[in-house]
Design a protein around this ligand. Structure first.
Ligand SMILES: CC[C@@H](C(=O)O)C(=O)SCCNC(=O)CCNC(=O)[C@H](O)C(C)(C)COP(=O)(O)OP(=O)(O)OC[C@H]1O[C@@H](n2cnc3c(N)ncnc32)[C@H](O)[C@@H]1OP(=O)(O)O
Ligand SMILES: [Co+2]
Length: 138
């Protein structure tokens, strides 16, 4: 089951400058910064009540964020939904015809297991599923 919008991912060119901008906008500081080498990103997270803003800067030219910035520029990169059982949701969504971008959940930022759905099958919006890693998948 999808339980809430866990975070909104925003692609940025300069995470230090965007941290300062979002700190002013949200009147709060990021609570976490984390690099996820496997995804080619450096992230920072701001809490906004029940959800989060995830700023994403590319760590290298092959990063999905570098490619996105080149094609579309800065802006909303993905919407992440919290799920209670990521493997069950992956099976359900694959059976519904969505294209999963990994066969298994992957390690994400902020202690999450994640899986992405291809934006071509979701009206041009990249969707991330994420589950807290303390809840082990079946
Ligand atoms: C920090 C970890 C994690 C978390 O815990 O929160 C993250 O959020 S990591 C975020 C970065 N990681 C990812 O995005 C992984 C999933 N993405 C991918 O696997 C790829 O980016 C992709 C979606 C499969 C596209 O890759 P590829 O085909 O190699 O790139 P292209 O640049 O050629 O794009 C093809 C096509 O798709 C459009 N596109 C790409 N990204 C997005 C996007 N974020 N939203 C909407 N559309 C997107 C792109 O514009 C191309 O379209 P056309 O030009 O019309 O073909
Ligand atoms: Co994300």
């Amino acid at each position: 089951m999808l339980t809430n919008v866990e975070h909104i991912g925003i692609a940025v060119r300069d995470i230090a400058a965007s941290n300062a901008l979002f700190a002013k906008l949200l009147n709060s500081q990021p609570y976490k910064a984390e690099t996820v080498e496997a995804e080619g990103v450096t992230t920072s997270f701001f809490r906004v009540n029940q959800t989060k803003i995830e700023l994403l800067e590319a760590t290298d030219a092959a990063s999905p964020i570098a490619k996105f910035l080149e094609k579309k520029g800065e802006g909303i990169h993905h919407i992440a939904f919290e799920v209670d059982d990521i493997e069950a949701e992956m099976s359900r969504l694959a059976a519904e015809g969505f294209t999963l971008l990994s066969e298994k959940p992957k390690a994400g930022a902020d202690n999450k297991l994640v899986c992405f759905l291809h934006p071509k099958g979701t009206n041009g919006v990249l969707i991330e599923l994420c589950q807290e890693r303390t809840v082990l998948p079946k």
